[in-house]
Design a protein. Sequence first.
Length: 262
Amino acid sequence: MLTHRRDGRVLTLVLDDPDRRNALDYAAVGELLDALHAADRDPAIGCVVITGAGSAFSAGGDLRRFRAEVDEASATDDWDTGTVWERLMREPPRLGTPVVAAVNGPALAGACGLVLACDLAIAARGATLGVTEVRLGLFPIVVLPTLVRAVGFRAAQELALTGRIVDAEEAQRLGLVHRVVDDEDLPAAAAEAAAALAASPPTAVAMGKRLLADVAELPHDAGVRLGRAMRGAFLHTDDLREGIDAFLAKRRPDWTGTEGTA
């Protein structure tokens, strides 16, 4: 179940099934992806925050349902049901709207992957994170490339092979999250970060997010060449003109979020 809250240009999506520790089954992941894409199409929304209800962000997959699937599903079924997990790892970084994870408690297995797929991750000091699949005889299969990108190969190797759960401070040191705040400060910290992102020039943010996603997959020289190729697109937007004009006039910019025609 997904609960929606709106505050100005910030939409908060709450994983709201605390009795199951906000477990992520296929339907929940699909609903979350649909909500992210709907927000991305809405120019009135400048940022999305994802958090969990109760004491957990999400404990990961629904193991009771997954256990039945292991016995009943064919290899073709497994390929098909993997689609939503692939989309969860690939699509949030490429949306134009920034996505913030407010990690209020345990974020394990696929839920840890969700945190890594968000553009900014802020964790409560009492939160824990881990790719724990190996404890169940599995491995963080689809999450693994995102994990390696976030923390590097050696750290990802240790986390994936051991299934070790880390506290928020170590998660920050490793690169699983960007910031750690006291538990009671998490809602305000996430709201402040989201409001700042929502107030940023939407065209530059949207194009910049896609450039970041592409550059992360390229060798250094190819990334620099891509940046040079994209430079013209960044330099011909109405938001850039407005940003410079506002700076010179010492006023607050009025972003339109449109590409220029000149």
